[in-house]
Structure formats: C-alpha cells, structure tokens
Write a protein that binds this ligand. Structure first.
Ligand SMILES: Nc1ncnc2c1ncn2[C@@H]1O[C@H](COP(=O)(O)OP(=O)(O)OP(=O)(O)O)[C@@H](O)[C@H]1O
Ligand SMILES: [Mg+2]
Length: 248
C-alpha cells in the first residue's frame, strides 16, 4: 500500500482553527503585512517570532479585526472572518490579550475577570473557578486591585479575563514581556495547560527560544512576510533561524 492511500487522520481532515492566507494589510495606505500565511489547529500552540517592527503585533491585530485586511483571507473554523469587528469575533470564540494596558488597575482582580464574561454572564461562577484553577495566585488576591499586583500576576489577570469568555482561540501579544525568568516559565506552563484544556493559542514572543520550545508551530516573520514556518522544535534546530533570529 502506498503512503498516498493511507486514510487522513482526523486532525488532517478537520478545518484548521485558524487559517490566514496571503494576508496583506496595514495602517492607512501603507501595507505592513505583505502576504502572511498562518495555519493553526485547535490543539496547537503557535508562536510568532521575528525582529522588532516585523509585523508580529500587526498580524495579531489583523486576526482580531483591528486592521483593514486589503488582500488575502482569514478563516476561523473554516468561516471567513476578515474585517469582522472584534466584538463579533469574541462572539465567535476569539480572545485577544494586547501587550499593554490589558487590565483595569483600579478594579479588583475579580472585577477584572468578571468583565471578561460580559457576553455570558450566566457563566461567571463556573469560569471564575476555572480561571482560579489555572492561576491559583489570583484566587488569593481576588479582592486586591489589579494595579497593585506584580507584572506576572497582572498578565495572569489579563489572560484570565480573556478566558472568561470561553474562547476557542486565544491571541497573546508578548505575554512574558518584562517578566523574570521564573514568571516567564510560569506563564508558558499555563499556556500549555490552557491549550491542553482545548483552547488554541497564537502568541507573539520576544523570548523566542523559550517560546519555540513549547510551540507546536512557529512562524518567523520579517518585513511583514513569513521567513520560516515549521514546528517549534525544527525551527530551534535550524542553524539559519538560529543565526538570523535567535541570537546564534
Ligand atoms: N498604529 C500604527 N500606525 C502606524 N504604523 C504602525 C502602527 N502600529 C505599528 N505600526 C508600524 O507597523 C510596523 C510593524 O509594527 P508591529 O507593531 O506589528 O511590529 P512587531 O513585530 O510587533 O514589533 P515589536 O517586536 O517591536 O513589538 C512598524 O513599522 C510600526 O512602526
Ligand atoms: Mg509587537
């Protein structure tokens, strides 16, 4: 029997969770993304790395409907979604945690989390329990204002708030920026656990080696285009990727 005749595995036959094809877009008339492709399955962690200004954050914004996509298409679970508004995308199961200003500092931890469930208020209790299970330190600090927390704990609040809406795809922009190695590892550990619970993850990371180490799929972007796309392990083992993008 030839390899061609083997039956497709379920992962191959199911539509990808996210399928971005030849995405062009930018701010005003200037294109920043010049034909980006990204495919991610529901059980995968995808990591976007690349130099400053490569268009990593811009790509997340394109997926989350914050950017005009003027060429190409973006599919969520097989359905075209490009240029839908963020609130419509949240309803369809997308969550987005921007790099900065991602918590309400004067509100308590729990109030921040509760805001994340505004579309499904009946879910608040169950989802709070789940978020506190992912991030036990937040339970202890639930009455404290988010602005008083450490950077790592604030990041947990931001991720927790996005999870309160029960996303199927969570977009994270540099969740470990500015964190100590200890917190960085903790966040990556949580990312794996959240993914194992059924949430596809697409995250931008500057801590590229550590992030690729937990990535099922890695995307190296430069100048608004894919430079390398492979499993995290394969990218880490590729000397060209290491030399140009991972500091040797
Ligand atoms: N709101 C905006 N208006 C106009 N240009 C922007 C805007 N945001 C980003 N840019 C430009 O788009 C390009 C890509 O920016 P982007 O933020 O996507 O890069 P990045 O890969 O996330 O970089 P970094 O690693 O620094 O976060 C840069 O040249 C940037 O100056
Ligand atoms: Mg960025």
């Amino acid at each position: 029997m030839s390899n061609d005749a083997s039956p497709p595995s379920p992962a191959v036959s199911a539509a990808p969770l996210l399928d971005a094809r030849d995405v062009h877009g930018g701010y005003g008339s200037m294109n920043i993304l010049n034909g980006v492709d990204m495919t991610l399955y529901a059980d995968e962690v995808g990591v976007i790395v690349g130099p400053n200004g490569a268009g990593k954050s811009t790509m997340l914004k394109a997926v989350f409907g914050l950017l005009n996509v003027n060429q190409g298409e973006i599919l969520l679970g097989g359905e075209p979604i490009q240029n839908l508004a963020p609130n419509q995308l949240v309803k369809r199961g997308m969550g987005f945690v921007p790099q900065e200003k991602n918590v309400f500092p004067s509100l308590s931890v729990q109030e921040n989390l509760e805001m994340g469930a505004y579309l499904k208020p009946h879910n608040v209790k169950r989802m709070l329990e789940q978020v506190y299970e992912f991030f036990p330190p937040l339970k202890e600090k639930r009455r404290q204002s988010a602005g008083e927390l450490s950077g790592g704990q604030r990041q947990m609040v931001a991720m927790g708030r996005a999870l309160m809406a029960e996303p199927t795809l969570l977009l994270l922009d540099e969740p470990t920026a500015g964190l100590s190695p200890l917190y960085m590892n903790e966040i990556f550990d949580r990312v794996k656990k959240i993914n194992a619970a059924g949430v596809g993850i697409l995250m931008v990371e500057q801590n590229a080696k550590q992030a690729l180490a937990i990535a099922d799929k890695g995307f190296v972007l430069a100048a608004g285009q894919n430079r390398f796309t492979d499993t995290g392990a394969a990218l880490l083992a590729d000397p060209d990727v290491a030399k140009s993008f991972l500091g040797g």
